[in-house]
Write a protein that binds this ligand. Structure first.
Ligand code: NDP
Ligand code: MG
Length: 399
């Protein structure tokens, strides 16, 4: 039996994780759950899964949940704040952590669990973009098992040779095993065929209506700008130890081929599935065994039209910005991620236009000089500085 902490249990990935866990009560026991403010859903999850401990974002919501749990006759420890997130992910009884908090807030509880050698199921790609080298070294030195949950990286993981080596020790070995490059597929999002002029006018609700996937609002906007794919290029670089020239992006509107690996002998190996995160989540939870994900099977009787096309970088500049940040290295990916989080939030709150997300990220990258050490503290400091710059720029851009 595996003992699980779900960081971000009330989000899209968190809820899907609990769906898979619910279907296998003999395999999994939930030890801790965390959310930011959604006490109604967290209370329901407490009633069903009876964790030892739950964490919320502030004292106010934690007190309200505590009162609610008392009326339900549940005796569960309710804590709040960043340190409590780390407590939840590092409980001695926890052996597996689903990292599904959105954004930079997920970094510390995930990396601290990795340092203790727990199995990490990584959905929170921002943690790896911000602090990839440090994160991967923590995984390598503790021997933690790191399983990618992001569907593309999970697909690549399944298509690589010797996927049994599930920790950072495998970095850099793929070239010697005949891997030529990895091909990340991208649906192209809801605005794949929009002109630049049309992109200027799109609304947050249109950006969040993804054609194939149901996801949280931040990643939905990232998919629409294709920053999501840019973050995924950086994520793939860290996970698989490949240079950016060996990480390519292809538009594949049907989201059936989740990604591919090209080998030097001409073979290309792909992983196919429904666009449903329960498949990679079940893969991570069950690894090294396969478990039922409760997902509808792909039906090859109803003909599938699988098509692929190149990305138009003019209309989707966020992808180029990510490749650039990766090439510059150092703290650039941290700054890119911080600026993007602020820009997406401003767009979702109708403070900037869709096309200004990329403009803002580019300006913050150009204008933020942070000469920090590549330590966790240096990274958190660069994240803070970049957010402050981005927030000032949002004020200047207000529409
Ligand atoms: P959601 O927005 O649906 O959920 C986010 C979760 O994190 C919620 O539980 C939320 O709590 C909690 N949360 C939000 N802000 C904070 C904070 N500051 N501190 C602590 N907890 C917080 O996101 P998704 O589930 O869509 O995405 C989660 C992660 O997984 C992201 O990094 C995303 O990039 C990645 N991912 C998601 C995919 C998807 O299909 N959704 C696919 C691949 C990767 P509350 O509900 O209370 O606000
Ligand atoms: Mg993805």
């Amino acid at each position: 039996m595996r003992h699980i902490c779900v960081l971000g249990s009330t989000g899209s990935i968190g809820v899907s994780t609990l769906d898979v866990i619910r279907a296998h009560p003999h395999l999994f026991k939930v030890e801790s759950l965390t959310a930011h403010s959604n006490i109604e859903l967290l209370a329901k999850q407490c009633e069903e899964f009876k964790p030892k401990m739950v964490v919320l974002g502030s004292a106010d919501v934690a007190n309200r949940l505590n009162a609610l749990l008392k009326t339900m006759g549940l005796n569960i420890s309710v804590e709040h704040g960043a340190e409590a997130l780390v407590t939840a992910s590092t409980l001695t009884s926890v052996d597996t952590v689903m990292a599904a908090i959105v954004g930079a807030a997920g970094l510390l509880p995930t990396i601290e669990a990795a340092k203790l050698g727990k199995r990490i199921l990584l959905a929170n790609k921002e943690a790896l973009v911000m602090a990839g080298d440090i994160f991967m070294s923590a995984v390598a030195s503790s021997g933690a098992e790191l399983l990618p949950i992001d569907s593309e990286h999970n697909a690549i993981y399944q298509c690589l040779p010797d996927a049994n080596t599930s920790n950072g020790g495998s970095r850099g070995k793929y070239a010697s095993l005949g891997v030529k490059e990895i091909l990340l597929t991208a649906s192209g999002g809801p605005f794949r065929n929009h002109s630049l002029d049309q992109l200027k006018e799109v609304t947050p609700d249109q950006a969040c209506a993804h054609p194939n996937w149901v996801m949280g609002r931040k990643i939905s906007v990232d998919s629409a700008t294709m920053m999501n794919k840019g973050l995924e290029v950086i994520e793939a670089h860290h996970l698989f130890g490949l240079p950016s020239e060996q990480i390519k992006v292809l538009i594949h509107p049907q989201s059936v081929v989740h990604s591919m690996v090209r080998y030097i002998d001409g073979s290309v190996i792909a992983q196919l599935g429904q666009p449903d995160m329960k498949t990679p989540i079940a893969y991570g939870l069950g690894w090294p065994l396969r478990i039922d994900a409760g997902v509808k099977e792909l039906d090859f009787a109803t003909a599938h039209d699988l098509s692929f096309e190149p990305v138009d970088l003019q209309r989707f500049p966020c992808l180029s910005l990510s490749y650039q940040a990766l090439a510059v290295g150092g703290l650039s990916p941290t700054i890119l991620n911080a600026a993007n989080e602020v820009a997406v939030d401003a767009f979702l709150n109708h403070r900037i236009r869709f096309t200004q997300i990329a403009e803002l990220v580019e300006r913050v990258l150009d204008q933020t000089q942070v000469i920090g050490a590549m330590s966790l503290e240096g990274i958190l400091e660069a994240d803070k500085t970049a957010r402050q710059h981005a927030q000032l720029m949002v004020k200047g851009l207000n529409i």
